[in-house]
Design a protein around this ligand. Sequence first.
Ligand code: GLP
Length: 244
Amino acid sequence: TVYKNSKAASLAVAARIATLIKEKQEKGEQAVLGLATGATPVQVYAELVRLHREEGLSFQNVTTFNLDEYYPMQPDSAQSYVTFMNKNLFDHIDIKRENINIPDGTLDLSDIPTYCMEYERKISELGGLDFQLLGIGRTGHIGFNEPGSAPNSGTRLVTLDDLTRRDASRDFGGKENVPTKAITMGIGTIFKAREIILMAWSPVKAEIVKKAVEGEMSSDVPATFLQLSDNVEFVLDEGAASEL
Ligand code: GLP
């Protein structure tokens, strides 16, 4: 779906999430949401905050799983995805803190495999993700599933691509300060979500969006694996759609 601009697109995506939360509330059920970081979803989160403040949208029945976190990363660091999520969403809504899940960037290396299996188990135990929000990196990554990621990959420790680290360098004051690794949900984990929305804005993303939507499916561009799923919608602004 192509919208005139990212604002209009973000309002539509936030409305979709709000509807899902309310439908679940009416049934007395939890809404299980997979969330993304980066500049792309910021306006969606701002609209969800507005819906909470001005229209009483409650997040009491919402459980969230974030896609990824840098490794190593302290949660209170300015660049952590914990800080990002708190600042953009969680500090401004009534979600229960115990229902928030973000991969832990402070673990010992040897504890990561067990932790990742537990992350997957938690999602399954809640009946799986009702909804997954995605951005896309210029390498074609979703979450931090960089080129080379397998379509059935699970939550795991990965090495970041050089281009991804360059793109993150502004936040870290130089590429040398960007962690070389991250913990990310796998492509297989993302795939199990019942509804997936990938958002991309501006001509900067046009080339990778074209590859993801129209390119040959390959682990060289992990987002091409989304072509396999019937539950995926690309939500774009005119700039990001300009090469399609
Ligand atoms: C980051 C995140 C991804 C995100 C991507 C795009 O590396 N791990 O989940 O989709 O980069 O970021 P942005 O939305 O800032 O363009």
